[in-house]
Design a binder for this molecule. Structure first.
Ligand code: LFR
Length: 490
């Protein structure tokens, strides 16, 4: 029997069928679809009904292929949500976290609730798009949708609700709202009230691996399938990706590499120290009561947005072609701090990168190849910075870095990363989140006994590609230069 995993990323979604065959995990993609945000009236939205349509398509395709689906799970990016009215209907299209309505809102919330106090309670990194600031922005704008709302459901909760008619929150994703207590794992009443929201807006939260309920009768009839159970998996895609890290040791560092780069480690307790706050590390909820001590790094968004700008201007190079050219470009010319605010949602990414280089007195990348080279080297150096800080906070040392996610297809990035961190990179699997989603369903079904066994199965089934570091001295000198240029030394 197979399980069906839907993994929605910021640029595309996929439906993957997974099953265990003689101790090996076999996964097969049955459906893939774009996820293009839509701008209307200066606001940026997710096309949520289209995504739901694609989920239904995935279920139909699995049926048409004769696959006996034992359960369904959905994971997606975090922080975003839909608002449901008292009649059970979705009130408005969910905003995209890159919408600018949260600009400046964090400071207003800090003035009211205290930054250190928010961190002590939630352990969450401060990102202006966290659910908490989105809600504060809606409350401040007297949003009619917020006033009319009866329940808030995070994106996977919402899609799961459409399938089952049952409203439940899920822990790993709820942790990214910055409204959940890090230690008691319950909604923090003071923070919820503090952003102007009623406590009753927030759903009950279940742990990943919980069977929420079967497909609603109406959905069964429409899709010509039976009462397939829908499982709340580790619904935050990054939590699912961490589940799928093929580490055999208990202490390991990972990089979930896609639109975002999420770099950190897995712990049994959150790290809520002053240093963790100063370094803005997050303690997001993980599978099986674990914590994901990590930091968001801007990631391949920089490359995606460069490509989008060049495509708009008539360019036609694929990601692979861009990487090939970047591999031939001159090394170590200019660096950026990938996490500078200006790169979060700029109108013209290549122009923004050029401006950063100009303002910091560096050679300005002129070609596509030079621009991508600058981005990838800067990402690799930022990985070193975050990896070393993860070690300092966790009190551990890591012999190398596991990379999972689509970013491993960029071999240049894997190679540069091994060089920059001066340790091996173990790359794979590419479909980290989808595989983590499958694993949690198989553990819930009793086919796999534990997270550790799941990770061993991933390793046995997909293997890892190893990149060894080269030219350590040169990269150490470049790291110092990177810290100076980006002013990250402080
Ligand atoms: C990665 C991710 C990150 C989250 C960002 C926005 O896909 O889920 O973990 O910070 O998207 O939701």
């Amino acid at each position: 029997m197979s399980v069906l995993a839907f993994d929605l990323g910021a640029s595309s979604g996929r439906a993957v069928v997974g099953r265990l065959t003689e101790g090996r995990l076999v996964v097969e993609e049955v459906h893939r679809f774009p996820n293009d945000p839509v701008e209307v009236g200066g606001r940026l939205y997710w096309d949520i009904l289209r995504l739901y349509h694609e989920i239904k398509q995935g279920i139909v395709k699995a049926r048409q292929q004769g696959i006996d689906v034992r359960s369904i799970g959905i994971d997606s990016w975090a922080v975003d949500f839909g608002l449901i009215g008292a009649n059970g209907e979705l009130i408005a299209n969910p905003y995209h976290y890159r919408d600018r309505h949260t600009d400046g809102v964090m400071d207003e919330v800090f003035a009211k609730l205290g930054k250190a106090s928010i961190y002590a309670k939630t352990g969450l990194q401060f990102l202006q798009f966290n659910t908490m600031y989105q809600l504060a922005a809606l409350a401040k704008a007297d949003s009619p949708a917020l006033s009319a709302a009866d329940k808030l459901l995070m994106i996977p909760d919402l899609l799961r609700y459409f399938l089952t008619g049952i409203m439940k929150g899920e822990y790993t994703n709820a942790s990214t709202t910055q409204l959940l207590g890090a230690v008691d794992r319950a909604w923090d009443e003071e923070l919820v009230a503090g952003v102007g929201v009623r406590r009753s807006l927030l759903p009950d939260v279940v742990q990943p691996g919980t069977v929420v309920g079967p497909l609603a009768p109406r959905v069964q009839e429409e899709l010509l399938v039976g009462p397939i159970p829908v499982v709340a998996v580790a619904e935050h895609d990054t939590a699912s990706a961490v589940v799928a890290v093929p580490a055999l040791e208990a202490d390991f560092a990972y990089l979930s590499c896609g639109t975002w780069s999420l770099l950190g480690t897995e712990l049994d307790e959150p790290v809520l120290t002053e240093r963790a706050l100063a370094w803005n590390f997050t303690n997001e909820g993980g599978y099986g009561g674990t914590y994901r001590l990590l930091k968001n790094i801007m990631g391949l968004w920089l490359v995606q947005e460069c490509k989008r700008a060049w495509d708009k201007a008539g360019g036609s190079r694929s990601f692979a072609e861009l990487a090939e050219r970047a591999a031939e470009a001159k090394a170590h010319v200019s660096y950026i701090d990938p996490d500078d605010d200006r790169f979060l949602s700029p109108a013209d990414m290549p122009a923004e990168i050029r401006a950063y280089c100009r303002e910091t007195g560096q050679p300005v990348p002129a070609t596509e190849a030079e621009t991508i080279r600058c981005v990838l080297e800067s990402l690799a150096l930022k990985y070193r910075y975050v990896l070393e800080r993860t070690e300092a906070l966790a009190g551990k040392t890591f012999g190398g870095l596991h990379i999972v996610g689509g970013g491993i297809q960029n071999e240049l990035l894997c190679r540069l990363t091994a060089d920059a961190i001066r340790r091996p990179v173990w790359a794979g699997p590419a479909e980290g989140s989808a595989i983590g989603n499958v694993l949690v369903q198989l553990i819930a079904a009793g086919d796999i006994s534990s997270l550790a066994e799941g990770r061993r199965i991933v390793r046995d089934s997909f293997g890892v590609a190893t990149y060894e570091p080269t030219d350590g001295e040169r990269w150490s000198a470049e790291y110092e230069r990177f810290l100076d240029i980006t002013k990250l030394r402080a």
